[in-house]
Design a binder for this molecule. Structure first.
Ligand SMILES: C[S@@+](CC[C@H](N)C(=O)[O-])C[C@H]1O[C@@H](n2cnc3c(N)ncnc32)[C@H](O)[C@@H]1O
Length: 337
């Protein structure tokens, strides 16, 4: 794929890791990946199953590196590869195998694992989210006490930030939570359906001195969390969910489930590389329409809340393709009311 500029030795390492990952993946999942891969092979020769499985494994390595690579790659090729190769990322068996590898790497070499969309995006998401929360807290404080001076407002707001309850769904290695802790958040919870991810996140948090971060195994589509959070973060999890064979249904389940995790007046901040800001806003609009429909059907007033677009990050690097300018990653904040 254009834009991935790995030295030859890195390519070898990635292929070796992908093969060990593929070894742990169930046959069902492998054939799904191979089937996705065959979408591409349909254009060319017909390959036997072993060859297709081997090629799908190799493609996985490429897909994993794409995720954290730079933004400057050629869009046409990137789209073709994303469409063709990333369907295994929609399956828990893939993530379990990946985090088993990453835990081994952590234990042997101290590696933190993949930083999805890169460290710059992660830092930008954390600092932008902090700014958003501070703005909201400031406005609330000023509304409640219009006699407070600016210094008192700033002081109260920075203390208030520590009181925001935060959950990062599909937290992976949990590094986004560490970044949020550096920004001043302290009530932090990370969840992931892969136990390996939670073990990795816990090991990293302990190593890096973030022992206050709570980490739990939980499937966001069938969450067992009975608490609501003022800030819900998702970086790459909706993307992964959408790559399952039943992606469209799972995405509907996702909006239902995630909206139940956001406290009234709270925020949902989604970072995605598979959806534009406009697509996310449209999906939320569809969710709202379904909610309104349910309320009308059940003739209940005020049942549940809706998600409202609040803001998005405008400062990601952009690239030009086919005459239009776009960004590889979108981060959008929604408010739940
Ligand atoms: C692309 S990775 C992103 C990881 C992390 N958020 C980050 O930015 O580094 C997607 C993550 O979502 C998790 N995941 C996928 N589906 C999930 C689900 N239904 N419930 C909880 N976690 C899920 C995967 O295990 C994986 O850790």
């Amino acid at each position: 794929m254009a834009g991935i500029r790995l030295p030859p030795e890195d390519i070898d390492i990635s292929q070796a890791r992908a093969l060990s990952t593929a070894d742990l993946i169930s046959d069902d999942d492998r054939s799904i990946a191979a089937d996705s891969w065959s979408i591409k092979s349909d254009y060319g020769s017909t390959l036997d199953d072993d060859q297709r499985h081997a090629d799908a494994s190799e493609a996985l390595a490429a897909a994993r590196f794409c995720a954290a690579s730079d933004y400057s790659s050629d869009k046409e090729e990137a789209d073709a590869e994303t469409f063709t190769f990333t369907s295994m990322l929609g399956y828990q068996s893939y993530w379990d195998a990946t985090y088993a590898d990453e835990l081994t790497n952590f234990r042997e070499h101290g590696d933190a694992g993949e930083v999805w969309f890169g460290a710059d995006v992660m830092e930008m998401v954390a600092s932008w989210t902090k700014g958003l929360c501070i703005d909201i807290s400031q406005r609330q404080l000023q509304n409640q006490h219009n006699d407070l001076d600016d210094d008192s407002v700033s002081e109260s707001v920075s203390q208030d930030l520590a009181g925001w309850s935060v959950v990062d769904v599909g937290t992976g290695n949990g590094l986004l939570l560490q970044e949020l802790a550096k920004q001043g958040f302290s009530d932090l919870t990370g969840t992931d359906y892969s136990e390996g991810a939670i073990n990795l996140a816990r090991s990293l948090a302990n190593r890096d001195g973030f022992t206050g971060i709570k980490l739990l195994v939980d499937d966001v589509l069938e969450t067992k969390l009975d608490k609501k959070f003022e800030l819900v973060m998702d970086k790459g999890t909706l993307d992964a969910i959408g790559l399952h064979q039943d992606g469209p249904i799972k995405r509907i389940m996702y909006w239902e489930s995630i909206s139940r995790l956001v406290a009234p007046g709270g925020l949902l901040v989604i970072t995605s590389s598979n959806n534009t800001k406009e697509e996310l806003v449209q999906e939320v609009e569809n969710f709202n329409q379904r909610k309104i429909g349910e309320v009308e059907e059940e003739e209940e007033e005020g049942k549940g809340g809706l998600l409202w677009y609040l803001d998005h990050i405008r400062s990601y690097p952009t690239f030009m393709f086919g005459g239009s300018v776009g960004s590889r990653v979108a981060t959008v904040a929604f408010c739940f009311r």
